[in-house]
Design a protein around this ligand. Structure first.
Ligand code: ZN
Length: 498
């Protein structure tokens, strides 16, 4: 085949995969927002069919020969085509050694294990979930053997979410961070803290939604290219750069949760809405990794949305929306209240300082699982031990302990570190941005134009054409450096309690 013909074929296969992905995402969006309760069975069959098509398209002789041919000619290809070859090759290699039968059996297992987890979580009964978890882990161990990246077995799993990330890097990062966090928490606990307490008050849903939409738009979300909806757990679904859907969850006794998660998901969405339109509907037209994605959502949520200058600008508007509840609350109190630090049991509700400790617990346990150092039945106890060690508290109920996250039931091992990594990247990006933009002043003026432009130019537009390491290097002048995150946390929280 000529190079031109191969490029044409590549384009065709890429579009086919993207179309299948589009359908799967739309079905999953529907499942989490509008679909009726009894739709599960039909949806599972439809999804199984689509994932089989996806596998057959990706792991096909056609794909193999096109990739082989174009890899040899990669120097001659346009940047976009070369990126498509690289990314499709990565995706191909991930699955090529996994037998088709095992892959589809695993997908079916994941559907079952997710619903087993849901029931176990609701009943606070780990034993009913354990047999499924055992099988999911077993598959992942086999998957590691099939793919074998070398070095620590967990490296293979890390690499799926953050290309080239290794146990060594994460270990070093967490070792440095742990020391700082433990002493920071101790210092903070000595100081009187401010907790916002709205007992007995009501924040109407419609008003919360109105304010959420107002902030989204101000931050730069293109409202005609996405929607804000509701779901139990907030998330972002990406169909294309012109259709990015986010959700939030409103609690009528507290406005903070929905507001901060809307800002978080808006960070994810703005990333996707600004991917280079020249990529079209393609495997390269999405954020490059979980860590880089989380860096954007956490930058918006924490570095902006929990910052003093941000609320210097928007607090009056928020007070105008909820005058009865907030008129007596001073800006300073409000700021400290949304940054309240407390060792808690649930990761998703943790503050900025203790959050990474929750991630470290999961990371340590996952490493032990893949080093064959712990059995599934020992996990609830190990979880309690680690929480005691890292946070000084532990849950009586497994639903607030080992059963709290959906990730393991879906086979997402190696995913958790990207949350902590994302926070650290965001500090590194903010530092780089500060060299040309007065970020604090922009926040104080509620002006995000230059900030978002910087993010677009240095991160968003590239989609998957760059690896996480390339993005970091090009945008900040160095590879991952946890120093900025450690400085950010130390400065912010010592300043707040001085
Ligand atoms: Zn996120």
């Amino acid at each position: 085949m000529s190079v031109e013909k191969s490029i044409e074929k590549l384009q065709e296969l890429d579009e086919k995969l993207s179309a299948l992905n589009y359908a799967q995402v739309l079905i999953s969006w529907d499942a989490q927002t509008l679909a009726p309760k009894k739709s599960v069975k039909g949806r599972a069959t439809a999804l199984e069919g689509l994932s089989t098509y996806y596998y057959d398209t990706l792991i096909s002789e056609e794909m193999k020969s096109v990739l082989n041919e174009l890899e040899g000619e990669i120097e001659k290809l346009s940047e976009i085509d070369a990126a498509k070859v690289r990314v499709l090759k990565t995706e191909y290699d991930k699955l090529a050694k996994v037998p088709a039968k095992e892959y589809s059996a695993y997908n079916a297992l994941i559907t079952e294990s997710s619903s087993a987890w849901e029931a176990a979580n609701a009943d606070n009964n780990f034993d009913t979930f354990a047999p499924y978890l055992e099988k999911v882990i077993e598959y992942n161990k086999k998957y590691i053997e099939y793919r074998d990246k070398g070095g620590h077995p967990y490296n293979t799993l890390l690499d799926d979410y953050e290309k080239d990330l290794t146990v060594e890097t994460v270990d070093n990062f967490f070792n440095d961070l742990r020391k700082v966090l433990i002493s920071l928490v101790k210092e903070i606990q000595k100081k009187p803290q401010v907790k916002l307490d709205f007992k007995g008050q009501k924040f109407e849903k419609t008003k919360q939604e109105e304010f959420s939409k107002f902030i989204m738009e101000r931050l730069g979300f293109r409202m005609d290219c996405g929607v804000l909806s509701q779901s139990v757990h907030p998330f972002t679904n990406i169909l294309s750069r012109d259709d990015v859907r986010i959700t939030t969850h409103y609690y009528e006794d507290d406005f903070k949760s929905a507001l901060l998660s809307t800002i978080h998901e808006t960070g994810h969405a703005i990333f996707e809405q600004n991917i280079d339109p020249a990529y079209g509907l393609s495997i390269i037209a999405t954020g490059t990794s979980m860590g880089i994605h989380e860096s954007q959502s956490r930058l918006f949520e924490n570095n902006f949305g929990r910052s003093y200058p941000f609320w210097q600008h928007y607090y009056d508007k928020l007070k105008g929306t909820f005058p009865e509840q907030l008129n007596q609350v001073q800006l300073d109190t409000f700021y400290k209240g949304i940054n309240y630090v407390e060792a808690s049991l649930i990761r998703t509700e943790a503050d900025e300082v203790t959050y990474p400790l929750h991630v470290m617990v999961r990371y340590e346990i996952e490493k032990m699982i893949f080093e064959n150092k712990v059995k599934v039945k020992e996990l609830p106890e190990l979880w309690r031990e680690k929480y005691k060690e890292y946070l000084g508290i532990c849950a009586d109920k497994d639903s607030e302990g080992v059963l709290q996250d959906v990730h393991w039931s879906e086979g997402l091992f190696g995913y958790f570190p990207s949350y902590a990594l994302g926070s650290a990247y965001s500090a590194q990006f903010e530092n780089a941005m500060s060299k040309t933009i007065n970020v604090q002043e922009k926040l104080q003026n509620g002006d995000f134009k230059d900030i978002v432009h910087w993010l677009n130019e240095n991160i968003h537009r590239f989609g998957r054409t760059k690896t996480p390491n390339q993005i970091l290097l090009d945008a900040t002048g160095e590879l991952f450096n946890p120093k900025y995150y450690i400085e950010y946390l130390t400065n912010k929280f010592t300043d707040m309690y001085k």
